[in-house]
Design a protein around this ligand. Structure first.
Ligand SMILES: [Zn+2]
Length: 68
């Protein structure tokens, strides 16, 4: 991810857009799979419903509430 960020900032190389690089450190192998954009994705789909960051602690119920 850090490498991809640097590439995008410098506008160099071929970004991993539409591809996923799988790395197995134990076997020291790499595999690449192509991914198609999910038009129903709530974040980057055609009609996104998640448009801002959420409070994950509240979302996961980690905040104390009056009910306990
Ligand atoms: Zn998405």
């Amino acid at each position: 991810m850090a490498t991809e960020t640097i590439k995008l900032i410098l506008k160099l190389g071929k970004p991993l857009v539409g591809r996923l690089l799988l790395y197995d450190a134990l076997e020291m192998t790499f595999r690449e799979v192509r991914l198609r954009r999910d038009t129903e994705c709530p974040v980057c789909g055609d009609h996104p419903t998640v448009t801002e960051l959420i409070d994950y602690e509240a979302f996961c119920g980690l905040h104390e509430t009056a009910a306990g």
